[in-house]
Design a protein around this ligand. Structure first.
Ligand code: NDP
Ligand code: A1CAB
Length: 266
């Protein structure tokens, strides 16, 4: 099997989730560099990957470079990186809002750039990653990115114009799902469950509901009907969700996140 050498620039929150998933694939050889040595040290030790002492050292040894710094830090990183990059390397960015063209025009003219929006459930191999091809990226680059990220969950290839929406739904989405798990559990606690019991019941219910949507071929609306016995408990609960307009709150949540992704480009 062909080994892929992947170097992470920035080993913060999302890099850690990706590295945790990617180290399980023996075909990957992973290294990391962070400007905060303590952050790099912790992640590299925890997952047994190689810690590089500089960006330059990392770039020389990787054929695939993942930019995992905050969106506003991308330009500074590229200023330092462009002299080291080679056109045969694949540059992957996970930064929200930052376009592949922004990255290409600030790296090498012919740079193969793939824009990716992963999410933290990659940590447990259940990530949802959206992948978009930059101007100079080839079919082989796209296949390479799909291969890397399919080891840590599902991958969808979308046109880059859909990246703001994807960022809002699946990139930020885990935070919204954790919020709902927490609120569902809080309801359980107020009805007498212990903290642990409530979180287990709530989280497993989220997991099972998601699995049923993905595997049953039924739409969520039909699955709601399957739970709702006329005159029963679910109906009583759903009336409250409607009264509080939870559906509209979720729609507003996603549109606000997508709008923020648009703003991050400015
Ligand atoms: N968190 C998530 O779930 C997701 C995040 N993303 C994207 O991933 C990127 C990183 O986000 P996140 O992991 O949350 O952020 P973090 O702040 O946790 O991680 C970024 C890390 O990069 C470091 N860094 C900054 N500049 C450099 C540099 N020049 N060289 C090396 N390391 C550097 C930061 O150090 P310091 O803090 O000192 O600046 C920090 O440790 C963002 O662009 C975000 O949009 C995408 C999908 C999901
Ligand atoms: O909050 C953020 O901006 C990043 C992008 C998607 C998830 N986290």
């Amino acid at each position: 099997m062909h080994t892929i050498t992947i170097g992470f620039i920035g080993t913060g929150r999302i890099a850690k989730a990706l590295i945790a998933g990617l180290v399980r694939d023996n075909n990957n050889e992973i290294s990391g560099y962070d400007k905060d040595p303590a952050v790099a040290d912790a992640v590299c030790k925890e997952f047994g990957i190689t810690r590089k002492n500089s960006m330059s050292e990392l770039v020389q040894s990787a054929n695939c470079i993942v930019l995992a710094v905050k969106p506003y830090q991308i330009e500074t990183v590229l200023e330092e990186l462009r002299r080291e990059l080679r056109p045969d390397q694949l540059l992957i960015s996970v930064a929200a809002g930052i376009t592949s063209e922004f990255i290409r025009t600030r790296s090498l003219e012919e740079m193969h750039v793939i824009r990716v929006m992963p999410n933290t459930p990659a940590f447990v191999g259940e990530g949802m990653t959206v992948v978009s091809r930059g101007k100079c990226a080839t079919d082989a680059d796209l296949a390479q990115a799909e291969k890397i990220f399919s080891a840590i969950g599902k991958v969808a290839v979308l046109d880059e114009i859909h990246m703001d929406a994807a960022t809002a739904v699946s990139g930020s989405g885990p935070a919204y799902m954790f919020h709902i798990i927490d609120a569902l559990a809080e309801g359980g606690k107020q009805c007498g469950l212990s903290d642990d019991e409530a979180v287990t019941l709530s989280a497993q219910t989220m997991l099972g509901a998601a699995k049923l949507v993905l595997e049953s071929q039924k739409k969520p609306a039909a699955l709601i009907k399957d739970v709702t016995t006329p005159g029963g408990t679910t109906e009583a609960g759903l009336h409250q969700m409607e009264a509080h307009n939870v559906r509209q709150a979720m729609i507003d949540t996603v549109t606000a996140a997508a709008q923020r992704s648009v703003e991050l480009k400015q």
